[in-house]
Write a protein that binds this ligand. Structure first.
Ligand code: PEP
Ligand code: MN
Length: 338
């Protein structure tokens, strides 16, 4: 249920409506908009008794939200959501690049990468300190030490940091340091982690589960938002199919429906989506043309020596070339690359 307040409703009337919703045992989510405030209601298991709300002063109308996900849906929030990370805004009109190595490996490589990214105008660096690896014998990431190196890279260059969290304890430490917390494909339905992210003070980059439907993905976003963290960025990273010519099948066809059904920004990850660096540039540009709000891409100073995902990581020269192409495509698409 969405309670739409009148354009001229006073602050007090909005507060009174919020109070009334709480008294009904439900959770109010006030959403101030450019012309009016709307209040989303969650927490009901059946239909909300609308008579208690429609006569409240300042209320214009009540709208039933038909989708199972509420806060993530466009029905509840018709305007696109933009998410600010430092000076970067992820949302309509912009095209945001988040780049960096799969993992933090040592101080030198992460500082060098941060420096090169900033020179290219990339203001958010991705790098995993806690790594979800298929084999327990593979490099598992540097853990908290990796977070400290990321902090050092930010202090040295000003770049913002996106890093993955795999469990609730990771969130406790990562939210102190990182600017964006990433939930990986394997954890998209880790509901305990999603709830913890709902209480986090940082935006969440929610990757699509490798076999998740659109509804399941938006329901995962809903878990985070229901906890009060509305800053969710979606990221398509490829799904499992019968096709084995690429690591995953990058499902660009999900971008338009996500934008139709949800107000949340969506990125595309052509690195995990293809698994091969030579396929990354064409799929990056295709993601841009499909309407994504940005890209998440793996970049490494020496991909051939990377401890994880080297085969799909661009080197700095390839990044320079691709950013040139992205800049050129941004013009006809009327996008500002940030
Ligand atoms: C990553 O971004 O390095 C990663 C592990 O991604 P995913 O969860 O999409 O596999
Ligand atoms: Mn990776």
């Amino acid at each position: 249920m969405l309670v739409v307040m009148r354009h001229e409703a006073t602050k007090q009337q909005v507060e009174d409506a919020v109070k009334r919703i709480k008294e009904m045992g439900l959770s109010p989510h006030p959403m101030p908009g450019p012309t009016r405030t709307a209040i989303g209601i969650t927490g009901n298991t059946g239909a909300v008794d609308s008579r208690q709300l429609e006569l409240l002063p300042g209320v214009l109308e009540l709208i039933r939200v038909t989708k199972a996900y509420k806060l993530a849906s466009r029905e509840m929030h018709p305007d696109d959501t933009s998410i600010e990370i430092g000076e970067t805004t992820i949302g309509p009109g912009n095209f945001t690049l988040i780049c960096g190595p799969c993992s933090v490996e040592n101080e030198d490589m992460i500082l060098r990468t941060a420096d090169v990214l900033m020179q290219h105008g990339v203001r958010i660096m991705r790098a995993g300190a806690f790594k979800p690896r298929s084999s327990p014998y593979s490099f598992q990431g540097m853990g908290e030490e990796g977070l400290r190196l990321l902090e050092k890279a930010r202090d040295a260059t000003g770049i913002k940091i996106a890093t993955e969290v795999m469990d609730n304890d990771n969130v406790d430490v990562a939210e102190e340091i990182a600017d964006v917390l990433q939930v990986g494909t394997r954890n998209m339905q880790n509901f305990s982690l999603l709830r913890r992210c709902g209480r986090a003070r940082k935006p969440i980059l929610l990757k699509r589960g490798m076999s998740a439907t659109l509804d399941e993905w938006l329901m995962a976003a809903e878990y985070i938002m229901a906890g009060g963290n509305y800053r969710v960025i979606l990221c398509e990273r490829g799904v499992r199919t019968f096709a084995d010519h690429t690591r995953n099948t990058l499902d660009l066809s999900i971008v338009p429906p996500v934008k139709q059904l949800s107000h949340l920004p969506i990125l595309v990850d052509p690195s995990h989506g293809t698994g091969r660096r030579d396929y990354v540039p064409p799929m990056a540009l295709a993601g841009m043309a499909a309407g994504a709000h940005g890209l998440l891409m793996e970049v490494h100073p020496t991909p051939e020596r990377a401890l994880s995902d080297g085969a799909q990581s661009l080197n700095f020269g390839q990044l320079t070339e691709l950013i040139g192409q992205i800049q050129r495509l941004a013009e006809p698409l009327d996008l500002s690359v940030n």
